[in-house]
Design a binder for this molecule. Sequence first.
Ligand code: SF4
Ligand code: SF4
Length: 244
Amino acid sequence: MILDSVPSPDNRLYPSDRFSFSCHKGLVCFNSCCRDKHLLLTPYDILRLKNALKIHSDDFLSNYTLYDTDPKSGFPVLSLKLGDAPERLCPFVGKNGCRVYAHRPTACRLFPLGRASGLSHDGFKPDEFFFLVNIKGCLGFEAKEELTISRWLEDQEVLPYIEMNDKMLEILFHPKRDRNKPLDEKQLRKVMVACYNLDVFRDFVFNTNFLPLFQIDGETCSKIEKEDEALLNLGLAYLRKALF
Ligand code: SF4
Ligand code: SF4
């Protein structure tokens, strides 16, 4: 989530903090929130969704995403393409809820929480905090039962997403990246292919001299051939080396 302003310290939540929320089919607001949102997609979100839909990453990008670049860093900013106005429905919402529930993106898993993170000054462990995103008409906040932030993150199975998303931070905050200069065209293309267009990246890895050049061992080779998670990790490692 890109924030216009950072939530004040009073509104920041940490893993042991508690909040009240429950979302279920019995609520009259059920399904009403899966529309009219600026829903950012991370590389791992795209990996999961294109595999759930069993489509090529190129097709996913052209059919389901909107593309922009961050004016400061020049990094790509991808978001979910919604249906037409006035409803602007999410393409995955159905009568019975989310049709890609097991593979829903980070922002949907976190909701009603938002997460802010950045690299700490002393190394590569991200500093993070959470905050509540209240949307009009959401009855989930009326729930009586309380739960901790960490319980919510576990229940929503969002931790593997967070782990993968944070690996992008190492690239965004790379010590050699000139903060005053956005990515150039060539760098931008590398980020798009190695992070967001994994099926094209796989072709690039296996059909050029990439493997000997980057000295990829046999075990990693057979892993990246079968597992997109391993391929994305390779893409991120490649960017850390090749970008700056
Ligand atoms: S509006 Fe809130 S409670 Fe209602 S379905 Fe959406 S997230 Fe759940
Ligand atoms: S991906 Fe699923 S949970 Fe997220 S907005 Fe779309 S329908 Fe709702």
